[in-house]
Design a protein around this ligand. Sequence first.
Ligand code: ADP
Length: 603
Amino acid sequence: MKKVALVFLLAVFVPSVVLAILAIRSLRDQQFVVERQQSLLYQGVADSLAKDVQGFLMEQQREFAEKVNQLQAYHEIPHLVRIFDDTIRTNWVLADVGFVVTMGGKLLAPAPNSRPEASLFCSYNGSFLNNAQREEVYWNPRNSFEPVQIEVAASNDRYDNSSTQAKSWVVNKAPQKRNIVPQQQLALNMASKSQEDLDGNLSRVAPSEADFNELVQDSNEGIVARFLDNQLNLLMWYRHPAHTNHVFGAQLSLANLKLRLGGIVRNFDASLTEEIFVAILDDKVQPAAVCHKNATPKWRHPFVATEIGEVLPHWEVAVYLMNPAQLKQSARRLTWFLGILISILVLEIALGSIQIFSELKRQETLARQKTDFVSNVSHELKTPLTSIRMFSEMLAEGRVDDPAKQRSYLNIITAEASRLTRLINNVLDFSRLERGDKKYNFQALDLCEVVRETVEMYRPHLESNCFRLELKFPQAPVPAFADRDALAQVVVNLLSNAEKYSDAAKEIVVDVERRNGNAEVRVLDRGSGVPRGSEEKIFEQFYRAHDSLSSGIQGSGLGLTLARQIARAHGGDVTYSAREGGGSCFLLKVPSSDNGNRNETQL
Ligand code: ADP
């Protein structure tokens, strides 16, 4: 039992409790987990839209190159230089100003005095395009449109994905702060608590200093982003492989660009439109494009966001929750659900454990009782057998001449033989009852008659042991529908117990009466009575309130178990109560039937 209990404790109970504790602890982070899952999903949306924007700009780059190629196919370079500003604006919606600059840094077009926009362009970009001045630029060579992952932390690794040629000229400047603070980014920073994270919501896009010639010399095309008077200025350029000395470019119209970007954000995963709102934010944290118009979230605090990259510095794809409270609610609901589930499981484990332990205890008690039973029965068999053998040998050898003694020895032999018979009957009946094989021969009878016969059979033995036996019978018969032998066995067991457990006061009363429709037999003695707390246990199989060793009284612990089972099979019972004035009172009760016929309802 101890081994089983230990195995159960170590293999089942302790691991279950530990798992439950871990599960309950993990519940505390449930909201974080749910938000994290959602943020991963929505981060995916933001990342993919940022990629779409970059892809769109790559496409524009290709379109621009094609247009320049077409124009170069139709026009001589000097002529094209003259008409380029006008022609590219007419042919390509994204162009605000068309420009041509030589690799030597000579700005050939637009003519500054051709129109006010051209003159403004020249004054803002002249010295940069002329290579006269290094300026702060965000440059992305055509083949390195990589999405900017907000999880990537180290600013020094920023250009690891870029081409080698980019690395050769880029000079990192101090990282700048992002204009927006995504809530999930903030939560992650708080959770990690590293100083770097707490300092940071830093942009992955860093400015570098360069002049135009440095940017264009190793590549055929690209986009250069700069901030002029705090306004984003985007220059797209292309160099024909056959005319590498001339760089054709266009200043992009931000208004038209925003219009085209609107188409991209409106095309995001339709299944999510109920849950999230998507916007492209410009460097001033203003919506450049939105998925639909009727939402005005706190632009600076999206749920998640992704920077678009060097090509649109400080522009972000931002995702807002349509119903921020819903996420908390569903996290809370999940927490409650899991909490209740865990509690129920823990309760089940606890109840199961209690049940297993009480069952183990019961089995252990039963095993001990069975061992006691075997030794008790062996002893009970041995004692009468020894007496029978001893007295019969004495008689057989003719060693006893006195007829009175001979009679007394014969009486002892008879009494011991019937004790043996009783014991064997009890054991056999018990095993029959255990197997469910016990058959009853119900018949109409008079209980007084059955009791009288049984007691009279037992009387000589009792009287020879100095017992005073008193019988109380009513005038009228006490009819019952019962098994005669089974009832006699119950009475014998009760009488035998009264004899065994009587001390100095050797007085037994047997009282038969009919009361409240029951046939009742009481067997009373003046013995020590049943110890307190054992009044019900004495009816359990093998249970003995008087231990053989300490009391010296032999027994199998089966007599009362059988008596009760037989009585219950008759629809009655056997019960114990302390006798007034000391001793025991055992009551056998079976239903009585008026005409002695079977009372079906009571059986
Ligand atoms: P046993 O063979 O031990 O007598 P029983 O089933 O007949 O088995 O009785 C169970 C226990 O009930 C006994 O061991 C004894 O402790 C107690 N008992 C039974 N009858 C009496 C009685 N008349 N007086 C006191 N105790 C009794």
